[in-house]
Design a protein. Structure first.
Length: 266
């Protein structure tokens, strides 16, 4: 069965999309077949691979707005090896929804056609608490939470974990936490160190991943519509996303059989 990883934070600007794009590209470069589903109407995850839906073209959001729609209709190849993208609909506003069920996305992602084509699906989720985010968590096997190490981002983690528990105890009992990922990290900044100490104390230090250091080339890569693996493979950002792919490899042994990671959330 294809694995599904949701990348989420209730606070915008938390590095969620940057992580979705660059993690997808890193695993794709290792030979794994990756589908990136852009569920944030800003459409930045698709943009990071040069994939943008034109007017009236099928998008990931048509799952909710069009009766009988199949996600396969929206899937497109990207500039990166082994990575396909289902782009977002920037005009989707939640009105005129044809399927409001919590399982609409799961039904599409668990189809035999997706299982045959992809090893892993990565969901870039919206920060707002709406039916799309709930659908993403209901469909996922695991959730990765990027966070900028300051107080407001930590509050976004708390809000998302409350939703995590609600979904895990109602509609998706198998949902696990992949980890908390510090992004735009500067280890020399005392506020960053203090925030990570507080988050580790509250949620468990074993759930804190190594993190992604600040690197302007990550932003430059987005401007070029290419992942950091292709744009600047020797950069700090590229190195950090390689480490992240290794750390998360224990979630699915077929992605990295030499690594192990504790995904329990107790």
């Amino acid at each position: 069965m294809t694995a599904i990883l949701a990348i989420s934070n209730r606070k915008g600007g938390s590095g969620k999309t940057t992580t979705a794009v660059n993690l997808a590209a890193e695993w794709g470069a290792r030979g794994h077949r990756i589908l990136l589903v852009d569920l944030d109407t800003q459409g930045h995850a698709g943009l990071g691979f040069g994939v943008v839906a034109g007017r009236d073209e099928p998008t990931a959001h048509h799952i909710f707005s069009k009766t009988g729609f199949s996600l396969e209709e929206a899937i497109r190849p990207s500039v990166s090896a082994n990575v396909a993208v289902a782009p977002a609909d920037p005009l989707f506003d939640g009105t005129g929804v044809a399927d409001r069920s919590v399982s609409a996305l799961r039904r599409n992602l668990r189809s035999p056609a997706i299982a045959e084509r992809f090893d892993l699906v990565i969901l870039d989720t919206p920060p707002s608490l709406d039916m799309v985010l709930v659908n993403a968590l209901a469909a996922a096997d695991s959730v990765l939470i990027p966070m900028i190490p300051h107080a407001l981002s930590a509050e976004g983690v708390r809000q998302l974990t409350r939703l995590f528990f609600r979904i895990a105890t109602t509609v998706n009992a198998g949902l696990t936490l992949a980890g908390l990922l510090p992004v735009m990290l500067n280890p020399r900044t005392s506020h960053h160190r203090d925030t990570l100490q507080d988050v580790g104390t509250e949620f468990g230090f074993n759930r804190l991943l190594s993190g992604i250091r600040s690197d302007i080339q990550l932003a430059e890569a987005f401007a070029a519509r290419r992942p950091i693996h292709d744009y600047a493979p020797r950069s700090r950002g590229a190195a950090d996303y390689r480490v992240l792919a290794d750390e998360l490899g224990g979630l699915w042994p077929e992605l990295n059989p030499d690594q192990a990671f504790d995904t329990r959330l107790s």
